[in-house]
Design a protein around this ligand. Structure first.
Ligand code: VGL
Ligand code: ZN
Length: 200
């Protein structure tokens, strides 16, 4: 078992991000057995769940645009996605093989007008989800990240966690990427700048 100051944060291992889902990440389900095994090593486990209302502002259909277009939102550029992880739908459920006996399940992206890739902040990079306070109050300063997708929700979580002063390791072997116009390479470069450890 890892020491009490460590947590595993598992990002968005949900049906819509797995093969057959609305925003399927190639091979997204392949990481589930490894993540389940890793959970047993950690004294604290947090799962995040992308959890959008129907008609969310990150959905291309909401703007009558094509998926993967980028628009300007008040908080900055926003990629438009296929409708995904709509609250209460099967696509928003965790992958059926994922262990869900976590300490905390943190939902994000539930405000209609703003997306939330990161487990720590909404996409304005300012509005907190509360996760930082939760972890700090438990004496946790060291986080291992895994889940989906490498270059969006995992990467934003890693970068925000580092900015908040947490020691961050990304288990890149237990992530899978969307890789939209160089997003994976950009994510890796940003991790290097932020002092994030990448482990496989
Ligand atoms: C994600 C795009 C939209 C993710 C969530 O979990 O990486 N990507 N919503
Ligand atoms: Zn989403």
């Amino acid at each position: 078992m890892r020491p009490a100051n460590e947590a595993l944060v598992v990002i968005d291992v949900q049906n819509d991000f797995c093969p057959g889902g609305a925003l399927a990440v190639p091979d997204g389900d392949a990481i589930v057995p490894g993540i389940n095994a890793l959970m047993a090593e950690f004294p604290a486990v947090v799962l995040t769940q992308d959890w959008h209302p129907a008609g969310h502002s990150s959905f291309a259909t909401t703007h009558s645009r094509d998926p993967y277009d980028t628009i300007q939102m008040p908080y900055g550029p926003q990629v438009l996605w296929p409708d995904h992880c709509v609250q209460g739908t099967p696509g928003a459920a965790f992958h059926p093989a994922l262990r869900t006996d976590a300490d905390l399940i943190l939902r994000k992206g539930f405000r209609p007008g703003i997306d939330s890739y990161s487990a720590f902040f909404e996409n304005d990079r300012m509005t907190p989800t509360g996760l930082s306070g939760y972890l700090r109050e438990r004496g946790i300063d060291t986080i291992t990240l895994a889940g989906l997708a490498t270059d969006f929700c995992v990467s934003y979580s890693a970068l925000d966690g580092a900015r908040l002063g947490f020691r961050i390791t990304v288990r890149e072997d237990l992530t899978r990427a969307i890789d939209l116009s160089g997003s994976l390479a950009a994510a890796r470069a940003a991790w290097g700048q932020a002092g994030i450890t990448v482990a496989a």
